[in-house]
Design a protein around this ligand. Structure first.
Ligand code: SF4
Length: 64
């Protein structure tokens, strides 16, 4: 499983960070997300998926 962030869509709204701050960090100046760990273990799938789903502009997706 891999987290993919589409930085052209990201508006720095921070929902992903608030749901899973161990995986996502938002730069408030640049208003862009950084994926801290893009290959989460399967045990974290539900946790990461919830954060991906929380993005209001659909900038996040999971592959694999
Ligand atoms: S929730 Fe979406 S728009 Fe907001 S920081 Fe995360 S990726 Fe960017």
């Amino acid at each position: 499983m891999r987290i993919v962030a589409d930085l052209k869509r990201c508006e720095g709204l921070g929902m992903c960070e608030s749901m899973a701050n161990d995986y996502f960090e938002v730069d408030e100046d640049e208003e862009l997300v950084t994926v801290l760990l893009d290959s989460p273990p399967d045990a974290d799938r539900a946790h990461v998926y919830a954060a991906v789903q929380a993005c209001p502009v659909l900038a996040l997706s999971l592959e694999g």
